[in-house]
Design a protein around this ligand. Sequence first.
Ligand code: HEM
Length: 142
Amino acid sequence: MLPEPAPNPIAEITEPAIAEMVHAFYRKVRQDAVLGPVFNTTIAEAAWPAHLETMCRFWSAVMLTSGRYSGNPVAKHQAVTAIEHSMFDRWLALWQETASALFVAPIAAEFMLKATRIGASLQMAIFRRLPERAARQAQTVA
Ligand code: HEM
């Protein structure tokens, strides 16, 4: 179930709104039993401000087509050997929870749509096969 939206949900995608989303999301991620250990062992305490800044630029590029991010997320994730397929569902659940708590529903849905698409292509690149859910469905059909 989705959480109730905040009393005054954000109704416009701006740089400060993206920063709020990114910071709130990674606060949850770092405390999460499944995702926390992967992030906290890969990103040293002192490197978190830079990571959050990178993620703000990434989401600005995605949501506002600002061109503020340049990098290679596939290579970055390929290097994180502790990432498992099943973690993507958890990542997306926390993303959805955070977006729904901060934004009006259509904007939360837009954040979710982008993350789902990018997550699917990341999974294909990292694991060189279909995302887990699709693979499970394919097995059921076969
Ligand atoms: C299981 C899910 C995921 C895990 C465990 C994960 C983990 C990580 C970690 C540990 C890093 C830091 C890598 C480093 O600096 O060495 C990172 C970077 C990043 N992640 Fe993820 N990630 C996940 C899913 C996603 C998704 C779904 C997206 C996008 C929608 C995403 C976008 C990025 C980006 C843009 C970076 C920064 C790349 C750069 O430094 O240029 N990640 N991720």
